[in-house]
Design a binder for this molecule. Sequence first.
Ligand code: ARG
Length: 276
Amino acid sequence: MKLKNIGAVIGAGMLVCALGLVGCSGNDGASSASSSAADGSAATEEATLVNDGKLTVAASLDFPPFENLEGEEAVGFEVDLMKALAEQMGLEADYLPSTKFDTIIPLITAGGQADVGVSGFTVTEDRKKEIDFTDVIIDSNQGVVVMPGSGYTSVDDLEGKRIATQSGTTGYDWAVENIPGADVIPYDEMTAVFAALQGNQADAIVADLPVVQYYVNTAYTDMEVMAEIPTGEQYAIVVSKDNPALTQQLNEALAELKANGTYDEIYEKWFGASAE
Ligand code: ARG
């Protein structure tokens, strides 16, 4: 649109308001002018934040060892990383109460509630149409979990079976696309995914390998990871397309944490081995 090349954020915002092109209520509490155009084309030069001094994070806190609840507190690899990134940027990481995974991207797109979505988000081309991703923070794959004694020993055995997955995830998509005739059932939370297998409402689980491995090692020790599927996924932080300066600052902070050893420390704390 015509306003694309207007450099000054405030100037662009005011002009957009004056022309009545977008709603200009300005009630989102943003710490710098952020009346971005409806098509996301405003030339934002400064990162905007929903709360001053804070990096507000929306996360589905059901995904250990990346993010999980310990009592009231968010803990995990990505939680520690977000705290370190925020600190590097002179901010404080502030986690919202756990948010249903498949509502996080719409929440970031809508704006005004959280600055970033961090929940083991796999970078996908489809998602890139709606939001921006930072640089990659870690690699992942899919895993298949069954009850021992089920007789399922390969993915081929799951044809036409009931597969528990988390709603809106790459695991759901993978199961739909790769297990012929399967009844792929989406659940809101990872805990419900595991409860479904335990309660015989499903024959297998498909979800991110590090997470199913963690659940099987700690809580559901009666289950087994039957297969690892090398999907070659990569996690990154979800940022609004209206906030490119924030994406850039996060990338700079991430590069710094990788260079100064902080990233490796956090990696070792949660995964026990060196990141590279
Ligand atoms: N990596 C998968 C995806 O991006 C699953 C992420 C689920 N995250 C969660 N916190 N439950 O679709």
